[in-house]
Design a binder for this molecule. Sequence first.
Ligand code: HEC
Ligand code: HEC
Length: 199
Amino acid sequence: MKLISSTKAILGVAFFTTLFALNIASAAPPDAAAGKVKAQTCFACHGENGISVSPDIPNLAAQPPLSITYQLIQFRGQQRKGGAMEALAAGLSDQDMRDIAAYYSALPPPPAQSSNTDLIAKGQQISSTQYCNSCHGPQLQGQKHIARLAGQSPEYLIAQLKNIRSGVRVDMDGTMGSAARGLTDGDIEALAAYAASLK
Ligand code: HEC
Ligand code: HEC
């Protein structure tokens, strides 16, 4: 186990080093207007407004731009798989990804979704004892390379937390894997309801 986690940590460092190298080498600044044109093929699933058309597809509106870019890089490199996103990201350049990220990140956030108030309260409590907010932000709005969870589809959040917990989805630096490891199915359901209820 130790060996596996340190290998993951090394891969994570290598991943970040590559990203920083890419950033330094990048020529043009991100262009949201160009991103909107490049994102036409994404609208059928993620919506022109960044609100997805079905519960298994994530909302992208108001996601931190670095989070969108890094996830697309992971899909393109096949480190993350799902929803045919590997194929969709395969043809995107780094500049395309930054432009698309600039477009989606600037859109108004998705609406808060109400559900069982006890479940939401339980989720809020777990979020604070597990320090989810310390990385994802006080209102789970995301920051830097860390995803926005507020207003996200609860079905999507549950699926991803289970994938991260089981290792089906390998996160870039192992921090999220550690955070998900101890969660029960009940915890995950409550956390998803809480995150979805935030704006
Ligand atoms: C056929 C529907 C479909 C299309 C078209 C599509 N996506 Fe996706 N996208 C998905 C699904 C489903 C997922 C969740 C994948 C998973 O289960 O891991 C996803 C995940 C993502 C994520 C990860 C979000 C997160 O919070 O981690 C990003 C970023 C993304 N898509 C961007 C794009 C972009 C940019 C395009 C256009 C180039 C695009 N998608 C086109 C269905 C689609
Ligand atoms: C140490 C920082 C850290 C902590 C603590 C943390 N996360 Fe994360 N989280 C991340 C990072 C980084 C990612 C992106 C992982 C990747 O794909 O590489 C992420 C991704 C996620 C995703 C996937 C989002 C998406 O759009 O696909 C979910 C869901 C999530 N975290 C929920 C949680 C919950 C719930 C908690 C508390 C139990 C938590 N996180 C605690 C850093 C953290």
